[in-house]
Design a protein around this ligand. Structure first.
Ligand code: CUA
Length: 176
């Protein structure tokens, strides 16, 4: 999925760059020479503008449903386990790293220095939940781990030179 997105992005960027170069190459021509072309180009520009708006709207609508962003309404149930997670430059301080599958886990997330982002991954490419870790605030994030295994916690907010080193693991045991 990421490779597809990456490839599509590259193709789109190449198209934009090609159009840009085409416009630059034609910019030295006198305006009266390109009168008919310009009128037709304006018509196409209008069409492409609305097409891009419609495509952007449709794409957002179709893909944003699955974003792993917990709504406020999600934090209404009393959790089975509360885990306090504090972001520091550059490590996670997590007071409990083992839970049972099926338990409702509430992460109380904060930070001591700068903004961090707490993101929980089921595997390298599948993020199941995330929230900001902010100094002076506690963000509550409820997660029910349905499958046993090791879930990696990464920092999702660039927070300095060792941002990539902010890793931790939540181990989910099979429920009893
Ligand atoms: Cu903490 Cu990036």
């Amino acid at each position: 999925m990421q490779n597809l997105a990456w490839t599509l992005s590259l193709i789109s960027m190449a198209i934009v760059a090609a159009v840009f170069l085409w416009v630059v190459a034609g910019a030295s021509r006198p305006a009266e020479d390109s009168g008919v072309i310009a009128r037709s180009a304006f018509r196409w520009r209008d069409r492409l503008f609305w097409l891009a708006i419609a495509a952007g709207g449709a794409l957002s609508f179709a893909t944003l449903w699955e974003w792993p962003i917990a709504g406020h309404a999600a934090v209404v149930t009393r959790p089975d386990v509360v885990i306090r997670a504090v972001g520091h430059q550059w490590r996670w301080e997590i007071d409990r790293t083992e839970v049972e599958a099926g338990q409702l886990v509430e992460f109380e997330v904060t930070a001591t220095d700068v903004n961090h982002g707490l993101a929980i991954y089921k595997d390298k490419t599948h993020m199941i939940a995330q929230t900001q870790a902010m100094p002076g605030y506690v963000n509550r994030l409820q997660v029910r781990f349905t499958e046993p295994g090791d879930y990696e916690v990464l920092c999702l907010e660039f927070c300095g030179v060792a941002h990539h080193g902010m890793r931790a693991v939540i181990r989910v045991r099979a429920g009893s």
